[in-house]
Design a protein around this ligand. Sequence first.
Ligand SMILES: N[C@@H](CCC(=O)N[C@@H](CS)C(=O)NCC(=O)O)C(=O)O
Length: 227
Amino acid sequence: MKLYMHAAACSLSPHIICRELGLDIELIQVDRQTHRTSTGEDYLAINGNGYVPALMLDDGKVLTEGPAIVQFLADSVPEGAALLPEVGNIRRNEVQSYLNFITAELHKPMVLLFNPTYSSVHGEVRALISKRLTWLNGRLAGPYLTGDAFTVADAYLFVCLNWSPWTDIDLKQWPALHGFMALVAARPKVREALQAEDLEAFDADGVYFAPHAYLASSGRTGEPVRP
Ligand SMILES: N[C@@H](CCC(=O)N[C@@H](CS)C(=O)NCC(=O)O)C(=O)O
């Protein structure tokens, strides 16, 4: 299988799930500007929307949309039931409910904060995200979203909340969420994925991660802290 990705983007969520499940994937980088892939393909022919992630199966079929991809991956092997319970178990629907919440209420608004086109409404968007994070912080079952088990929704939440320092959101004001980030960042397979995407920690805490080019352009100096 091939996973089309950008370093530290939402494609990190299916990347983490592949590693948690021990699935063999080839990571293919997509250039945001040209939409060419690191293997020389036209990414728009793979996903006409131009965004990542896309998963190409060995038979050439392509699946897009992060929440659908992680469910497909978990359902593809028996061990996946640990990350996404089987049909008929209401815990599966709880995980799906969180996937939908993250994609609609956190991922998309956070993406707007990266886009200068929307800078006139960034204050309002940040206020909306804060409201959602306050709700989530109070609801987190702990240590993970739905309780003791790490699920596909936890990987997705980790990836979106990892953009907090990039978007001037201080997650430490929501201690349960900051604690969640530290817990997920310490998982061996998550660290493997962060290393494979060549990310560095924002600071010595080692809880939030970004590509070197981003950290350098935002004025950070000093020795890189690797995952
Ligand atoms: N609805 C899509 C959204 C994916 C998305 O927003 N991808 C971003 C990275 S996090 C991207 O590739 N942006 C570049 C672009 O839109 O060209 C999903 O959930 O998979």
